[in-house]
Ligand binder design. Structure first.
Ligand SMILES: O=c1ccn([C@@H]2O[C@H](COP(=O)(O)O)[C@@H](O)[C@H]2O)c(=O)[nH]1
Length: 233
């Protein structure tokens, strides 16, 4: 089976719009991501519909709660048959251990990854919440905890990928949002990189939302990105 490197973020307020966009894409070219906005509006039924159309789904709900609650939420995600699910590393090692253990005997075990520092955040945002460290310092620390807990990978920016690749090894999955083709608007993202540069830096998968979903021709936008990636796809 092919292993598409692009994960399209379906950030829409309702199922109908998300399905219409998915209809214009190709499961052989990309996976899709269902995040908080769409899942809150449309729920597991929408995940099921995307899977029926052949898409593998990254359920991006960033679970961050006490260990038991997070573990049970991960189990519920696995029961939906999703390809990937995530927790937030700021929930700590005990929470990540519980999440991994909860999935150990799942019939269909999704990849379990942890968000490190959101790609929208810069150093001043961390200072604003009392963390006197830079993303370049915090991300390796949180990725180390996720790695020690036996998680499959992390969400980070592509800017941290070279360091994490060395720290956590080849098999560790680095999922990177904040991807912007040259000249595309950064929007609310802070730590960004172009698609090809991100893969060269060591990203495993690229999460791309608005540059594709808001384009006049989303399939064309995806294909342009895949052409830029070329032999790295
Ligand atoms: O650190 C993170 C974690 C998750 N995201 C999600 O990725 C997409 C990015 O969308 P764009 O439109 O390409 O900016 C979005 O769904 C975020 O919730 C992230 O950006 N950063």
């Amino acid at each position: 089976m092919s292993d598409p490197k692009v994960i399209v973020a379906l950030d829409f307020p309702q199922a109908q719009t998300a399905l219409a966009l998915a209809q214009r894409l190709e499961p052989s070219l990309c996976r899709v991501k269902v995040g908080k906005e769409l899942f809150t509006a449309a729920g597991p039924q929408l995940v099921e519909q995307l899977q029926q159309r052949g898409f593998e789904v990254f359920l991006d709900l960033k679970f961050h709660d006490i260990p038991n609650t997070t573990a049970q939420a991960c189990k519920a995600a696995a029961a939906m048959g999703v390809w990937m699910v995530n927790v937030h590393a700021l929930g700590g090692k005990r929470m990540m251990d519980a999440a991994r253990e909860a999935l150990a005997n799942a019939v269909h075990r999704p990849r379990l990854i942890a968000v490190t520092v959101l790609t929208s955040m810069a150093q001043e945002d961390l200072h604003g919440i009392g963390i006197n460290a830079s993303p370049a310092q915090m991300v390796p620390l949180l990725a180390g905890l996720a790695h020690d807990s036996g998680l499959d990978g992390v969400v980070c920016s592509a800017q941290e990928a070279p360091v994490l690749r060395k720290q956590c090894g080849k098999a560790f999955c680095l999922v990177t949002p904040g991807i912007r083709p040259a000249n595309a608007a950064a929007n609310d993202q802070s730590r960004i990189m172009t698609p090809r540069a991100a893969l060269e830096a060591g990203s495993s998968y690229l999460v791309i939302g608005r540059p594709i979903t808001q384009a006049p021709d989303p399939l064309r936008a995806l294909q342009d990105i895949l052409s830029e990636i070329g032999d790295m796809a």
